[in-house]
Design a protein around this ligand. Structure first.
Ligand code: HEC
Ligand code: HEC
Length: 281
């Protein structure tokens, strides 16, 4: 008898837990649907949420960067130019504040003068290459070369010892551009559909197109990119095929000067991988 009453107690406990979880879920859903959650960037997180997110981010970076091997001989001079071109606007530098975009973001991108004390070189590289989801920290893997990303890491390692004067003097000639130079993850000459799927998100194609297998907004600015392999024409003008698809993605304005599809500066290797993915969907 004692046995069956224990089972009954456990069963009731389980039912209670399920009911509580359902109620909590329902409550959360109601708050969401009512619009009570303030999504504005002027509303700060609670301190404990902020602390929890920071810790989660740091642990995630540590875990994902664990197998990366930092190359020797990184070029901090090149890193200075790159940093000023791509990072200063949000993170500032010694004696230099962020631009208005960086100043008013939520979470606010902190100064990186001490980043190399909180992160190892390989972890800094990982953050630069992959960015940080839902924070506004962009991923640079498709827009900067490997060499440039490691150069920025080298520069970050020098930042803690740099005075505002030294910072100003670093790369006085102005910034070098990194646009379209992304080479990260490129393996040989073969088109790689898996990398192509990632490349589509790193060039923001899903902002205008519904793409099978790619998470994004419910957008119809451009036509959905599904069943491309079955289509006869691209944008109603170019015969469908891998070469033409690459041409359209890299130079839509050359094909049709009047098209609303922007010329994004996608390098050919990324376009090839994207085409491989799109034609497989
Ligand atoms: C559009 C704005 C923006 C740009 C440009 C930007 N970042 Fe960030 N960065 C952020 C935000 C936002 C965070 C997240 C801050 C947080 O969660 O505390 C962040 C976080 C980081 C972190 C983790 C910092 C920490 O203290 O925990 C590093 C390292 C970093 N960025 C490096 C860079 C580098 C290097 C560049 C240039 C290649 C760069 N960022 C460009 C917005 C930006
Ligand atoms: C700002 C919005 C926008 C972005 C971003 C954008 N596109 Fe487009 N795209 C369009 C529009 C609009 C069209 C229709 C153009 C036309 O028919 O002239 C189009 C057409 C296309 C087509 C032809 C589709 C068809 O049905 O024939 C392909 C393929 C395509 N885009 C791929 C891409 C890829 C890959 C990216 C990312 C590198 C991208 N687009 C980014 C707006 C966009």
């Amino acid at each position: 008898m004692a046995f069956s009453s224990t089972v009954r107690t456990l069963f009731r406990l389980l039912l209670g837990l399920i009911a509580a979880a359902l109620l909590a879920g329902l409550g959360g859903w109601a708050v969401l649907e009512a619009g009570w959650y303030d999504a504005g960037a002027t509303r700060q997180h609670f301190q404990f949420v902020h602390t929890l997110l920071e810790r989660g981010m740091h642990q995630s970076v540590r875990f994902h960067a664990r197998d990366i091997v930092a190359p020797p001989g990184r070029d901090a001079v090149m890193g200075a130019a790159s940093y000023k071109a791509h990072c200063q606007q949000c993170h500032g530098g010694p004696g230099v504040a962020q631009g208005i975009i960086g100043l008013s973001m939520q979470p606010v991108p902190g100064p990186l003068v001490d980043a190399s004390r909180r992160f190892e070189a390989k972890e800094l590289y990982w953050v630069i290459r992959h960015g940080i989801k839902m924070s506004g920290m962009p991923a640079w893997g498709f827009h900067l070369s490997e060499q440039e990303m490691w150069a920025i890491v080298a520069f970050l390692e020098r930042l803690p010892h740099m005075t505002p004067d030294e910072y100003r003097a670093a790369d006085p000639g102005g910034a070098v551009g990194g646009d379209g130079a992304g080479q990260a993850g490129r393996d040989g000459g073969q088109a790689n559909a898996t990398r192509g799927k990632l490349a589509l998100t790193q060039w923001a194609c899903q902002a205008c197109h519904l793409i099978p297998g790619v998470t994004g907004p419910d957008t119809h600015v451009g036509p959905p990119l599904k069943d491309l392999a079955k289509r006869r024409f691209i944008a109603g003008t170019l015969p469908m095929g891998e070469e033409n698809l690459v041409r359209w993605i890299t130079k839509p304005h050359e094909v049709d000067p009047a098209t609303a599809m922007p010329q994004l500066g996608v390098p050919e290797r990324d376009a090839r991988d994207m085409a491989a993915y799109l034609l497989s969907q």
